[in-house]
Ligand binder design. Structure first.
Ligand code: PLP
Length: 372
């Protein structure tokens, strides 16, 4: 039997290993010149906008909310289909998460439902680009501007994605990326925030390191409550080794996603009842290839049967509002029916640059064998 195929394998090549070795030998292993260089290159990548790095894509969003002054008494609208981090950061700053149901085709937040959820207390929207597929960015920013709302884009999965030819992150309000192990560009753990101006960037620096500000020779002052969220030079070195490869990584992911559609074939949805992802080869970075199983198929059983064929699958994600932490805050079954249904049936199939076309065909054959 062929060897186990995981749903993701981090992209770590010799360049990353050499770069990390250099940092480890240098005597400076925390935030230093590599972080500065990584931020400079990321800023160039995002059309010159200010960028600051952090040790996760979660704290980047929390810090964006803090910079925007969002807290107690404020409402923030987001999607129920995301990693729980997206909603947790809203609670973390003391604000109230308000969910809006998803669009069943894109699986992203439904912008009509965002508009319907806006109240006098709404201060921000956190859209998530699931699998790297952006929402309608024109419409998102039209809503934000009409209602005077801040936007914290949870672009954790969307590095390399675009909107009308422009890179996600190169325009908009706050844009947050994750460099966690599974992401298209990884630093093992880490993240970055694209900001609007230097004042916000200075504030981001304070929030990521205990609120410390440097003033004068050897002088230090603390004037906001910050945390410990800085990226290390070890992580930045991995990121620096990957950034020049990002276009090639995205192209390889596109090729594999195209191969999935070809290998499943035109009649696949009719034959199996599976819903494939939106066939978008313009904007998406193809961070994941996700299918939604037909009603009546138990996902855990499907995944077990795939595992028996030596294929790993993932679940991204169950609907956040049904977790105990959120149920205890008044959310319940029936509130977001599309998210609930998709959250129970969505499955992530293997997709990573080192996979081969033959691997894709093996996955497709296994899905067919399990379902038909
Ligand atoms: C959509 C989404 N939001 C937020 C996060 C949080 O990022 P991190 O794990 O880097 O904190 C992730 C990554 O896991 C994610 O996929």
């Amino acid at each position: 039997m062929s060897e186990f195929l995981p749903f993701v394998r981090p992209h770590i090549d010799e360049a990353a290993i050499v770069a990390v070795g250099e940092v480890l030998r240098s005597g400076w292993i925390t935030s230093g010149p590599k972080v500065q260089e990584f931020e400079k290159q990321l800023s160039a990548y995002f059309s010159g906008r200010p960028v600051r790095t952090f040790n996760s894509g979660t704290c980047t969003m929390e810090i964006a909310l803090r910079i925007a002054g969002i807290g107690q008494g404020d409402e923030v609208i987001t999607t129920p289909i995301s990693w729980v981090a997206t909603a947790n950061v809203i609670l973390e700053v003391g604000a109230t998460p308000v969910f809006a149901d998803i669009d069943p085709v894109t699986r992203n937040i439904d912008l009509d439902k965002v508009e319907a959820a806006i109240t006098s207390r709404t201060r921000a929207i956190i859209p998530v680009y699931l699998s790297g597929l952006p929402v309608d960015m024109d419409r998102l920013y039209a809503i934000a501007s009409k209602h005077k709302l801040r936007v914290v884009e949870d672009a954790a999965q969307a590095i390399g994605s675009t909107w009308k030819g422009k890179r996600i992150g190169s325009f908009g309000d706050f844009v947050s990326f994750s460099f966690q192990a599974n992401k298209n560009l990884t630093t093992s753990e880490g993240g970055c925030l694209v900001l609007n101006n230097d004042d916000e960037a200075r504030l981001a620096e304070k929030y990521r390191l205990q609120g410390v500000t440097r003033s004068g020779f050897d002088g230090i002052e603390v004037d906001v409550l910050g945390g410990k969220f800085n990226m290390t030079d070890i992580a930045a070195a991995i990121g620096l080794s990957q950034l020049p490869q990002l276009d090639a990584i995205t192209a390889r992911r596109h090729a594999l996603a195209r191969h999935y559609f070809a290998a499943f074939g035109a009649d696949f949805e009719r034959q199996t009842g599976v819903q494939q992802p939106l066939k978008d080869f313009e904007n998406t970075n193809w961070h994941m290839f996700q299918i939604v199983l037909p009603h009546g198929v138990v996902r855990a059983e499907f995944m077990e049967k795939m595992k028996a064929r030596n294929i790993g699958c993932g679940v991204h994600y169950p609907s956040i509002h049904l977790f105990k932490l959120y149920r205890e805050r008044g959310f319940k079954e029936g509130m977001f029916p599309i998210a609930e249904s998709v959250g129970r049936r969505i499955v992530t199939l293997p997709l990573f640059p080192a996979m081969t076309e033959a691997d894709v065909e093996r996955v497709c054959a296994a899905v067919r064998a399990v379902l038909v």
